[in-house]
Design a protein around this ligand. Structure first.
Ligand SMILES: Cc1cc2nc3c(=O)[nH]c(=O)nc-3n(C[C@H](O)[C@H](O)[C@H](O)COP(=O)(O)OP(=O)(O)OC[C@H]3O[C@@H](n4cnc5c(N)ncnc54)[C@H](O)[C@@H]3O)c2cc1C
Length: 213
């Protein structure tokens, strides 16, 4: 796919917009893989689609990992260059999650928010009876990408681990279980392994879907 645009953020991350072929159909919550030859090594990584299916470009939100091969390779790409994309893949979709619940709680760390944007948008449009809570744990306020949009979809709880801000909680998500634990809710937790493992201990397994990056 051709790169249309790259927008770098202050948060050591970037939005990558790819030209979406007309036959590329995906569901909210799915991911693609990108393969490239980097330092004489074939590298493949998965990236969730952060764009809504109806948007014209395929949008990804990617954090640069210190020493990471693919994230830094992609960050240096320029519009007009091509990347090898396969997909869409994955079953973290509204079909799998279902709509038969009163409360759905999304809990994301960092770029784990990527698939939550299209998922929360889908529930807000197509399953209005499901009350959404969206928890985004980040380091700094300016890293809360999609903040204004996510606020429109339900109860939005931003949590910052590195700075205090009047519009966010300070600390980590497990310090706010009084806000996050909702009886009979279904939970979807997305982030790196240590974050997901913590959640696994805190929420009832039968109502929990984990996505481990
Ligand atoms: C289904 C799925 C969807 C994903 N969606 C996204 C997405 O939307 N946006 C996004 O940014 N990433 C996403 N990821 C993670 C992504 O696939 C890569 O793992 C990530 O970009 C790092 O790859 P890299 O090649 O740059 O680093 P690597 O070369 O794989 O790793 C370099 C070093 O960094 C460490 N490292 C790797 N990942 C992390 C991390 N997350 N935090 C801290 N240290 C790390 C490794 O242990 C290693 O020491 C997703 C992963 C999965 C499985």
């Amino acid at each position: 796919m051709k790169i249309l645009k790259i927008e770098h953020t202050r948060c050591n991350s970037f939005f990558l917009y790819l030209e979406k072929p007309s036959n590329f159909i995906y569901k909210p919550g799915q991911f693609i893989t990108i393969t490239a030859s980097i330092n004489n090594q074939i590298v493949t990584r998965a990236f969730s689609i952060a764009g809504h299916p109806h948007e014209p470009a395929l949008m990804l939100y990617i954090k640069k990992v210190s020493g990471g091969l693919m994230s830094n390779y992609l960050a240096d790409k320029k519009p007009g260059e091509e990347v090898e994309v396969k997909g869409p893949f994955g079953v973290l979709t509204p079909e799998k999650i279902g709509t038969n619940m009163k409360n759905l709680v999304f809990i994301a760390a960092g770029s784990g928010i990527s698939p939550i944007r299209p998922l929360a948008g889908w529930y807000a449009r197509h399953a209005k009876f499901v009350r959404l809570t969206i928890v985004h744990q980040e380091r700094y306020f300016y890293c809360l990408v999609f903040r204004e949009e996510l606020q429109q979809y339900g109860k939005y709880i931003p949590i910052l681990s590195r700075e205090r801000h009047p519009k966010a909680k300070f600390g980590h998500f497990d310090g706010y279980l009084n806000l996050i634990k909702i009886p009979s809710a279904k939970y979807i937790v997305i982030g790196k392994p240590s974050f997901v493992e913590k959640a696994q201990k805190l929420f009832p397994t039968k109502d929990l879907i984990l996505e481990n990056w």
